[in-house]
Design a protein around this ligand. Sequence first.
Ligand code: XIL
Length: 323
Amino acid sequence: MGTTETDQSLRVLAEARGIGIGAAVAARPLRDEQAYRDLLAREFNMVTTENALKFGPLRPDRETFAFANADEIVDFALDHGMSVRGHTLLWHHMNPPWLKPGDFLRREWETILRDHIGTVVGRYRGKIAVWDVVNEAVRDRGDLRDSPWLSALGPDYIAMAFRLAHKADPDARLFYNDFNAEGMNPKSDAVYSLVKGLLADGVPIHGVGFQMHLASHHAPDSEDVAKNVARLNGLGLEVQITEIDVAIKGKPTEKDLQDQARIYGEMLQVCLAAKNATAFVMWGLTDGHSWIPHHRKGWGAALVFDGHYQPKPAYFALRDALD
Ligand code: XIL
């Protein structure tokens, strides 16, 4: 394990290795906490909008685009020389109540899709470098997940979304993003077939995001993840780790923190060894800003900085991997 000094930031080391290093960011702490702003700009060169660009928060009603939070995040990033991942255009979750299957004709759904993607991607053209165009469309057993978009438009909604995003910003890198599809398994096979099919149809897709929501007692098999990254490379696609966190159950013991550190370090090593793995993004900045305690009762401490902005063993494991 490294030292306790933080003079060599992850950002400086990652830039030297040619990989993006990022965190998911919320507008409120960015506005309210100086320590949050300082740590973010020092340690990272990429941010993801955690919730600000999701359909529900952004579109409380059909006429409104509530861009204020996303604008603050994007402006902060660009002011600090960081790149932005836009998350996410289409998802089955966090949609507004007005977006209900059955309430519109197919033609109206197409209009809503076109307006949404054209307006959102168009607004940040040249500012948001990477988009998670479609999030979590595949279920663990490999079939497509139910969503308003699937019921309204059928499986073709995925290709439509990528085409519209490309039209709105031809330079943006467009990703399909999902969880539990990091290693080799039926779900990652289904994601592989999906993106291969999209490419065969000439759909503009540039990468696959691996969310990587993990737990400290269960390390993923590095070789398996490397194999999956390599087969996507075979299709000419990039891979980004988009939402990594390593949750710990209960009050973290020293062993939990070491296990967590090893997992973070190993996953970053897999990325550094693969030329098509271009970014490693954590889902939040500190344990005090993580979604895990809200989402999994009794779990937490999933990030590399603790609730007091102090680096944890996992932080030094990332530094060691980058060094
Ligand atoms: C989470 C946010 O972190 C929470 O604040 C929100 O309440 C629910 O969504 N996969 C994703 C992310 O793609 O958008 C999710 O983010 C976490 C799981």
